[in-house]
Every structure is written in structure tokens, then in C-alpha cells.
Ligand binder design. Structure first.
Ligand SMILES: Nc1nc2c(ncn2[C@@H]2O[C@H](COP(=O)(O)OP(=O)(O)OP(=O)(O)O)[C@@H](O)[C@H]2O)c(=O)[nH]1
Ligand SMILES: [Mg+2]
Length: 363
């Protein structure tokens, strides 16, 4: 069996990793090669896994914590995909609050799994809006300084900094962000792309054919600050069955729910990192994201479906205490469902702050 290329795509919550993974996997498929995907979260019930599966790629989910703290689980998923599908390439999306991937994933893969897998250069995606306050005299990209620390550490270890969402930028903005990244992270290659339109994907794939240099030292990471950043983020994964005898529109329910959660968090001055909602009907799904208080809610995947029954997945990451996040999301879900005469059942909710990162290997 052949050695499989492993492409790790890191970056902060909402940077566009899942969108990029699906676009790259599509591009790989078009080139006649085969791709599989591993998604990752602190707990089960992932919008991302649903989206990747819908795109038709073999998918595994590591859902009991990040790849680095569950390296053996990650390796088991890699081997399972290789044994079942024999893909040319596996794309893996670590949790968006993870850093130190070079020491805790890339080097362990190279040293312990060399017979089966080889890592491509480490890509870290970035949303240009998060860069607005970077640079001399700039303030922190996040209200909480420890979250800003985590965000900058992610970029610092990248072989490839992938400036995503360039479809939203004017040429002068693009030039400014590129030079900001070159100045702040001189050892990384900076690649402008749009995961949405496909711009720049060929160039990125060409860079991913290079062999990463493992000679460069991993950035020093203050684990206590990294842990404080993760702990500052409330994490909510919830699922529920939705029923309405008179029917309801998936898109409009999702938009109302997203807007209402965003407004409720804003009113309480709680900062969204990424709010993701997905409603799955009998034929199609509707999916919405909001990637920060600077951003509106965006219905990324629309369906005109009116249905009587659907399945809802909510993934919210916000700089908010978990108990507060839980009560806000429950209250808003109840209110929005009742306004649209939808009843809720089989509700499951996990809400917590990620625990101290404790990688299996650190090389
Ligand atoms: N305009 C534009 N939007 C994009 C692009 N890539 C992603 N997005 C949007 O950004 C939002 C977040 O995208 P995701 O792919 O879910 O981001 P992520 O990094 O996987 O987020 P997490 O899994 O929470 O860490 C969604 O609304 C996407 O549609 C892009 O190239 N252009
Ligand atoms: Mg994602």
C-alpha cells in the first residue's frame, strides 16, 4: 500500500478551514487523485463533519478532543481511512483553538508513522478581518489578550500562511494584508486564496507538493497562556429534532436562530469566535455561520425546502462562560422555535471550556 500524503490545515475558528478542505478535496478529485478527510472537535455533533460527508468524501471524526491530545485516536482514523479507501491524500482539520501543531502532530507523524504517511507543509489559514489590528501600534485582534496570543502563535508556526477570503478584499487591501503578513511572519510563505471561489487553490496545491523543512525550531509556546486562551472560549455543541405539523422553511428558521443568538451575545458583550448552525431536512440542508462580532450571519448553504421534520446541529464558540452560553442558547432556541410553531425534542447539549492542552507527543 502506498504512503499517503497528509495535509494539515490549521488556523483560528472561522478562518475557512472546512470550506478550504472541501474545495481542495474537490480540486484533488478533479485532478484524478483521491482524497479523504478527518475532522476534529472537543466533542461530537459537528456541523463540519456533516458538510464534508455531504460533499461525498470519505470522512472520519476525532471528537473527544484535539488531534494532539488524542494522537492515537487521530492515527487510528488515518489508518482506517487508508485501509478502507487507499486515498492519495488525507486532509485533516484540527480544532481552531489549537496550536503547536508542528511539535505535536507533524513531527510525531514524520517520526512514528513514516511507513504509512508523510506530512505536507503546515498550512495555517487566516481571515483578513482578524488582521486589521495587527502591526505597529495595533491592538489585539481579540478582546482577550490570551486569545490574541493563541491566534498569533498559530501563524508563527506555519510553513504556509494562507490568506483566505480574498474575494472580499479590494486590491489595495490585499496588498496591505500581504505585506503585513510578510513583515510579521518573515519565515512563512504567504499565499492569497479564496476557498469560496477557488482562486489561488492551484498555487496552494503546488506548494503542498513540497517537502516541509523540519529543521526550523518550533515556536516557544507558553502552555499556561495557550490553556488560558482555550479556557476563555465557551464551547457548545447541541443537537435537536425539530417538528412542525404545518411545516417550516429551513433557511428562515436558521437565519432567525442565528440572528437571535448573535444579538443576544452582542447585548451581553460576549464575543463570538464562530457560530455554526446546520438544519438537515429530508432532502437537503441549510447551513449558517457567523465568524465574529465584526461579521454578519451568512447563510452559506441554502435550500428552499419546507419540511415538517428536521435535525438541528448547533456549534457555538464564543469568549463566554459556558454556563452563560448554555442558558443564552437554550433560551434563544426555545424562543425562536416557539415563534415559528416548531417543537423541539431529543435535545442533547454539551457545553464546556476546553481543558488544559496535554499533547501525547511533543517533539
Ligand atoms: N467570502 C468568503 N467566505 C469564506 C471563504 N472561506 C470560508 N468562508 C466563510 O467563512 C465562514 C467560516 O468558514 P469555515 O470553513 O466553517 O471555517 P472554519 O475555519 O472551518 O471554522 P471552525 O471549524 O469553526 O474553526 C463561513 O461562513 C464560510 O462560508 C472565502 O474564501 N470567502
Ligand atoms: Mg471547520
Amino acid at each position: 500500500m502506498k504512503q499517503v500524503k497528509l495535509i494539515i490545515i490549521g488556523g483560528f475558528l472561522g478562518a475557512g478551514k472546512t470550506t478550504a478542505v472541501i474545495s481542495l478535496a474537490d480540486q484533488i478529485r478533479k485532478s484524478g487523485k483521491t482524497a479523504a478527510v478527518i475532522t476534529n472537535d472537543q466533542t461530537a455533533g459537528l456541523v463540519d463533519t456533516e458538510l464534508v460527508r455531504q460533499s461525498g468524501f470519505p470522512t472520519q471524526e476525532v471528537s473527544k478532543g484535539c488531534f494532539c491530545c488524542n494522537f492515537h485516536d487521530f492515527a487510528r482514523c488515518l489508518h482506517q481511512l487508508r485501509a478502507e479507501y487507499d486515498p492519495d491524500i488525507i486532509l485533516a482539520e484540527p480544532v481552531g483553538s489549537c496550536t503547536d501543531l508542528l511539535s505535536t502532530i507533524m513531527k510525531p507523524i514524520k517520526n512514528k508513522e513514516a511507513g504509512s504517511f508523510y506530512p505536507a507543509p503546515l498550512s495555517v489559514l487566516v481571515d483578513p478581518q482578524r488582521l486589521d489590528t495587527l502591526g505597529p501600534g495595533g491592538s489585539n485582534p481579540f478582546r482577550r489578550p490570551e486569545v490574541s496570543y493563541l491566534f498569533l502563535k498559530q501563524l508563527e508556526e506555519a510553513d504556509l500562511i494562507v490568506l483566505n477570503k480574498i474575494d472580499t478584499l479590494a486590491p489595495s487591501q490585499l496588498t496591505r494584508y500581504l505585506s503585513l503578513l510578510h513583515q510579521n511572519f518573515p519565515t512563512a510563505k504567504v499565499l492569497p486564496i479564496s476557498a469560496k471561489t477557488g482562486a489561488g487553490l492551484d498555487g496552494w496545491l503546488a506548494e503542498l507538493d513540497q517537502v516541509p523543512s523540519f529543521d526550523k525550531p518550533s515556536p516557544a509556546i507558553a502552555y499556561d497562556t495557550y490553556a488560558a486562551a482555550e479556557a476563555a472560549l465557551g464551547w457548545l455543541n447541541a443537537t435537536a429534532a425539530l417538528t412542525a405539523p404545518n411545516g417550516f422553511k429551513l433557511d428562515s428558521f436558521l437565519v432567525s436562530l442565528g440572528e437571535n443568538i448573535r444579538t443576544a451575545l452582542e447585548k451581553r458583550e460576549e464575543e463570538i469566535a464562530h457560530l455554526k448552525l446546520c438544519a438537515i431536512g429530508s432532502e437537503d440542508l441549510s447551513k449558517l455561520s457567523c465568524v465574529g462580532m465584526h461579521s454578519p450571519v451568512s447563510l452559506d448553504r441554502k435550500t428552499d425546502e419546507t419540511c415538517n421534520n428536521a435535525y438541528l446541529i448547533m456549534n457555538i464558540r464564543a469568549a463566554c462562560a459556558p454556563d452563560k452560553l448554555l442558558s443564552i442558547s437554550n433560551e434563544i432556541l426555545d424562543k425562536t422555535a416557539s415563534e415559528q410553531n416548531i417543537s423541539l425534542s431529543a435535545r442533547k447539549t454539551d457545553c464546556f471550556a476546553p481543558s488544559y492542552p496535554n499533547p501525547v507527543f511533543r517533539m
